[in-house]
Design a protein around this ligand. Structure first.
Ligand SMILES: NC(=O)c1ccc[n+]([C@@H]2O[C@H](COP(=O)([O-])OP(=O)(O)OC[C@H]3O[C@@H](n4cnc5c(N)ncnc54)[C@H](O)[C@@H]3O)[C@@H](O)[C@H]2O)c1
Ligand SMILES: [Zn+2]
Ligand SMILES: [Zn+2]
Length: 361
């Protein structure tokens, strides 16, 4: 029997989101029904509403969530009713060519629920990132629900489901930041600040935060940046070099999704340094680089999908670090809101007033 619950829906391109009655099926084979307790508002939800991801309207938004498993399909063994879980958009298949090569964090065939959630009139919904968690209940593939310590605050640990994990992983996994490294993070929103935290956890000695907004730079310091650069007031590349004995940083992380910032991050690296791109570009963006600079500077240019994380490996570990006071997930929660306030939260995000608004149910 389908469950009738409230959910936040984007009906058409650019239109304000609405809270609607939706129908969530009981879980079939391989699926889990999750009672959502908290879900962060991510920039990607806004991208969906603006039609920047695809045209599969109506969307059921929300994807940075934690909650409790209510029921599971007959063959599901990984999670059980009552488990506290963080949802993920990388339920690895174990069978694609990347999984078979032992690199499941690149899985090319990740699992989502097979059955569709719908509007009350039966119109099929497209869940954001295959999750759709601005809803009292959501249906996911069982592998999208990762069991973690139930004593954690859902509003804080739900953020591991997307942006915070992407930032932490951009530093720890994709950038392979090591002890004593210098790291420069370009763009200090939720993702960039998480990259700052990740760089510190990995042992970086110097962490330089770069942004245009002084308020964001102040917050970046609270997350562990040792130096800040306002790229609107000084040349970001020169400033990062000056802070690294004239050399440039070992790892530069682009967390905006902007070609000019990508160029800065490329040139602010030390020789043989690493550039990590975690900011998502729109399809019109290009970068132009002299080949001699690409060759002559060496090192690595690495895009980071979801921080190259493996939820089953990383979420329980990161929740434990959070509970020990070593990962300040609470600091990313700027405010908690109701389902009806998601549209308002988009405006606050655009104004740079919040790191994360989190819907609490
Ligand atoms: N790769 C992934 O898997 C993944 C996952 C989640 C989000 N993202 C992407 O990461 C990016 C950042 O997300 P967010 O939630 O932190 O966004 P955000 O809007 O909260 O933060 C962006 C920050 O960049 C700053 N900024 C803007 N222009 C700048 C410039 N020219 N120079 C320096 N700083 C500048 C802004 O002031 C802001 O602080 C987005 O593109 C998002 O889509 C990627
Ligand atoms: Zn796979
Ligand atoms: Zn997201």
């Amino acid at each position: 029997m389908a469950h009738e619950v409230r959910g936040v829906v984007a009906r058409s391109k650019g239109a304000p989101v609405t809270t609607e009655t939706i129908l969530v099926p009981d879980p079939g084979p391989g699926e889990a029904l999750v009672r959502v307790q908290a879900c962060g508002v991510c920039h990607t939800d806004l991208h969906y509403r603006e039609g920047a991801i695809n045209d599969d309207f109506p969307f059921l938004l929300g994807h940075e969530a934690a909650g409790t498993v209510e029921s599971v399909g007959e063959d599901v063994t990984g999670v059980a009713p009552g488990d506290f879980v963080v949802l993920n958009w990388r339920a690895v298949c174990g069978e694609c060519r990347s999984c078979r090569r032992g690199k499941p964090w690149y899985c090319f065939s990740t699992h989502n629920a097979t059955q569709k959630m719908t509007l009350a009139d039966g119109t099929e919904l497209t869940p954001a990132l295959g999750i759709g968690a601005f809803a009292e209940k959501t249906l996911v593939a069982a592998g999208q629900a990762t069991k973690v310590d139930p004593s954690a605050d859902p509003a804080a640990v739900g953020l591991l489901g997307c942006g915070v994990m992407a930032g932490l992983g951009a530093a720890m996994f994709t950038g392979e930041v090591g002890r004593g490294d210098s790291v420069a993070v370009f763009g200090c929103g939720g993702v960039g600040d998480a990259a700052i935290v990740g760089a510190r956890l990995a042992g970086a000695a110097k962490v330089i935060a770069v942004d245009l907004d002084d308020r964001k730079l102040e917050w970046a310091k609270e997350f562990g940046a040792t130096h800040t650069v306002n790229a609107g007031k000084e040349d970001a590349v020169e400033a990062v070099r000056a802070l690294t004995d004239g050399n440039g940083a070992d790892v530069c992380i682009e967390a905006v999704g902007n070609p000019a910032v990508m160029q800065q991050a490329f040139f602010a690296r030390d020789l043989a340094g690493t550039l990590v791109q975690v900011g998502v570009p729109d399809p019109s963006m290009t970068i132009e680089l002299p080949m001699i600079e690409f060759f002559g500077r060496g090192g690595q240019l690495r895009p980071s999908w979801y921080g190259d994380c493996l939820p089953s490996r990383d979420f329980p570990m990161l929740v434990d670090l959070y509970l020990q006071g070593r990962l300040p997930l609470d600091k990313f929660v700027s405010e908690t809101i109701s389902l009806d306030a998601v549209e308002d939260a988009f405006h606050k995000m655009e104004q740079g007033e919040v790191l994360r608004s989190v819907v609490v149910l």
